[in-house]
Design a protein around this ligand. Structure first.
Ligand code: SF4
Ligand code: SF4
Length: 77
C-alpha cells in the first residue's frame, strides 16, 4: 500500500498573477485580524507568512482583484 505523503499547504493562497500588491495594495494584510499575511519582498506580492487562520474571510472578500483563495477545512464548513 502506498504511503500517504501529504504536502501541507497553507490555508490561504494568493494568485501572484492577480495580486496588485506591487502597485500598493495592502487590503488583505490590513483586514486580517491575525496579521498572518505579508508582502513577499522578492515577488512584491502578498502571501501567507504564518500558517494560522480564523477563516473569517475578509481577505478573500475584500481583495479587489479576487487574488485570495481561503480553503476552509471540511469540518468547519
Ligand atoms: S488584497 Fe488582493 S491585490 Fe491586494 S495585496 Fe491582498 S491579494 Fe494582493
Ligand atoms: S481568513 Fe481571516 S484570519 Fe485567515 S488570512 Fe483571511 S483575514 Fe486572516
Amino acid at each position: 500500500m502506498p504511503v500517504a505523503i501529504q504536502v501541507t499547504n497553507v490555508p490561504v493562497e494568493i494568485d501572484n498573477d492577480k495580486c496588485i500588491a506591487d502597485k500598493g495594495c495592502r487590503t488583505c494584510i490590513d483586514v486580517c485580524p491575525l496579521d498572518v499575511l505579508c508582502i513577499n519582498e522578492d515577488t512584491g506580492k502578498a502571501y501567507m507568512k504564518y500558517d494560522e487562520c480564523w477563516y473569517c474571510m475578509p481577505c478573500e472578500v475584500d481583495c479587489p482583484t479576487n487574488a485570495v483563495k481561503v480553503s476552509i477545512p471540511y469540518l468547519l464548513r
